[in-house]
Design a protein around this ligand. Structure first.
Ligand SMILES: Cc1ncc(C[n+]2csc(CCOP(=O)(O)OP(=O)(O)O)c2C)c(N)n1
Ligand SMILES: [Mg+2]
Length: 412
C-alpha cells in the first residue's frame, strides 16, 4: 500500500531494505534483497488486464478506456490470436533446439513474452515502423518477417536477414537501448515528412521503439524519450518488463517503474498485463492511435516474465529461484487464451490439434532453411557499410579475400 507520507523513491528503497538481511549496508541490502518476500507476479493495481490468468474476460474501470479497441474481436480473431501465439512459441522452441544442436551460435528465447508482442503486433498497421531489440520474434511474425530469416544472424551467415524497408521492421539490435534513438529519430523524420496527424489512420505512421527493463537504464533510452517528448513525435516506447536483465532483477535497474517514469518525460505511460494478448492489443492500439494522430509519444510497459534463460549462453539456475518461474507459469499467455476459447466453445480439440500440426510443419520448414543456409561469400561482410562504392573498403575486402585464399588446402 502506498503511504502518502513517504516519497515514492524512498518507499521503494524502504521496501527493498525490509527484504534485505539484517545488518547489511544499504547498498548491500539492495543487492541481497531476497526476491521471495514479494509476489513477483503481481503487476499492481494500475496494470490493465482484459483476460485473467483463468481465462475470464473482465470489464473494469481501468480497462474501460481501451475496450473500444477490442470491438473487432470476434471468435475468428480470438482463434487467430491463439494461432499466432502457438506458432511463435513453436518457432522459438525450434531456435533453441537448433542452437543446442550446434546449428546456431545463439538464440534469445521469447518464451513467456508471446502475448505482449503478438498483442501489440496485431494492433499495428502496415505503415507503422518497428525498431526491435533481439528478442522480438513475435513482433517480427506480425510484421510478416519469415521466421527462418531471423536465424541468419544467429547462425553467423549474415548481419540481419530481412529487408527492413519491405517489412517496416528494422534489423535486430543487440546494443542495449540503441534502437530507441533510431526509433525516436525515425519518428522525427515521419514528422518532418508530414506522414502523421493527417487524420487518415490508414496512412498516418506510428513508430515503435522496443526495449527491456534493463534497457531503461541506458542513456540512449532516456535521450530518445526526451527527444520524442520535446518534438511531440509519433513514437510508442514499448518496454517489455520481463523482470530480468540477464541476471539482474528489476530492483537493480529502477526504483520507479517504467510506466510511471513516462510522466517525468512529459507523456503518458501505461502498464499492461503482458501475458494477456487482449490487453496488449487494446493498449497497443490506443498508444499507436495516440502517436499517429499527433498527440505525441506514449510509453507502454508490458509486465511479463522471461520464462527461459536470457539466451542459450545463460544458466538462470545460478541466480533465480525455480519457484518464481513456477509462479509465473500459472500466468502463461497461451494457457489463459486457450482456457477462454474452451470455456466459450470458440475452439475445440480438433482446432487445437490442427494448430499444433501447423506449428510442427512451420518448425520443420525453419529447421530445413537453417540447415541449408549457404555460407556467405567472404567479401559480403563489407557490403552495405557505405551506400555507394568506397575505394579503400573495396581494397580491404579484396585483401581479406586473398588472405583467406592463402589457407586453401591447409587445415587452418
Ligand atoms: C550497451 C550494452 N551494454 C550491455 C550489453 C550486454 N547485455 C546484453 S542483454 C543485456 C540485458 C538486457 O536486459 P533487458 O533490457 O531487460 O532485455 P531482455 O534481455 O530482458 O529482453 C545486457 C546488459 C549490451 N548488449 N549492450
Ligand atoms: Mg528484461
Amino acid at each position: 500500500m502506498t503511504d502518502p507520507n513517504v516519497e515514492p523513491g524512498q518507499e521503494a528503497l524502504q521496501a527493498s531494505a525490509e527484504r534485505a538481511p539484517e545488518g547489511a549496508e544499504p547498498e548491500q541490502q539492495l543487492a541481497d534483497a531476497p526476491q521471495d518476500a514479494v509476489d513477483i507476479t503481481d503487476g499492481g493495481p494500475e496494470m490493465v488486464q482484459f483476460l485473467t490468468p483463468e481465462g475470464e474476460r473482465i470489464e473494469t474501470e481501468l480497462n474501460a478506456p481501451y475496450a473500444q479497441y477490442l470491438q473487432h474481436v470476434d471468435e475468428q480473431v480470438l482463434r487467430d490470436l491463439y494461432r499466432d501465439l502457438v506458432l511463435v512459441r513453436r518457432v522459438d522452441a525450434e531456435g533453441f533446439a537448433l542452437q543446442r544442436q550446434g546449428e546456431l551460435g545463439l538464440w534469445p528465447s521469447l518464451l513467456g513474452q508471446e502475448a505482449a508482442q503478438v498483442g501489440l503486433g496485431r494492433a499495428l498497421k502496415p505503415q507503422d515502423y518497428v525498431f526491435p531489440g533481439y528478442r522480438e520474434h513475435g513482433l517480427a511474425w506480425t510484421k510478416d518477417v519469415p521466421p527462418e530469416n531471423l536465424l541468419g544472424m544467429m547462425r553467423g551467415v549474415n548481419n540481419g536477414g530481412w529487408d527492413s524497408a519491405e517489412n517496416n521492421f528494422h534489423l535486430y539490435t543487440i546494443v542495449i537501448g540503441n534502437q530507441m534513438l533510431h526509433a525516436s529519430g525515425y519518428a522525427r523524420g515521419v514528422q518532418l515528412d508530414g506522414a502523421y496527424a493527417t487524420g487518415d489512420p490508414e496512412k498516418d505512421v506510428a513508430v515503435v521503439a522496443c526495449t527491456g527493463d534493463g534497457g531503461t537504464s541506458q542513456g540512449d533510452y532516456n535521450e530518445a524519450m526526451v527527444f520524442a517528448a520535446v518534438a511531440q513525435s509519433p513514437c510508442v516506447f514499448f518496454v517489455q518488463n520481463n523482470q530480468w536483465a540477464i541476471s539482474e532483477p528489476t530492483h537493480r535497474n529502477f526504483i520507479i517503474e517504467p510506466y510511471k517514469r513516462a510522466a517525468g518525460f512529459g507523456f503518458p505511460g501505461v502498464r499492461v498485463d503482458g501475458n494477456d494478448v487482449l490487453a496488449s492489443m487494446a493498449v497497443g492500439a490506443w498508444a499507436l492511435d495516440h502517436a499517429r494522430s499527433g498527440k505525441g509519444p506514449v510509453l507502454v510497459e508490458a509486465f511479463t516474465y522471461r520464462m527461459g534463460a536470457h539466451t542459450t549462453s545463460d544458466d538462470p539456475t545460478k541466480y533465480r529461484d525455480e519457484a518464481h518461474v513456477e509462479a509465473w507459469r500459472a500466468k502463461d499467455p497461451i494457457d489463459r487464451l486457450k482456457k477462454h476459447l474452451v470455456a466459450h466453445g470458440i475452439a475445440d480439440d480438433e482446432y487445437f490439434a490442427a494448430i499444433d500440426a501447423e506449428a510442427d510443419e512451420l518448425a520443420a520448414r525453419v529447421r530445413k532453411a537453417c540447415q541449408t543456409m549457404p555460407d556467405p561469400e567472404l567479401h559480403t561482410m563489407f557490403d552495405h557499410t557505405y551506400a555507394g562504392e568506397h575505394a579503400q573498403l573495396t581494397a580491404e575486402a579484396q585483401q581479406f579475400v586473398e588472405y583467406h585464399a592463402g589457407f586453401e588446402g591447409s587445415d587452418h
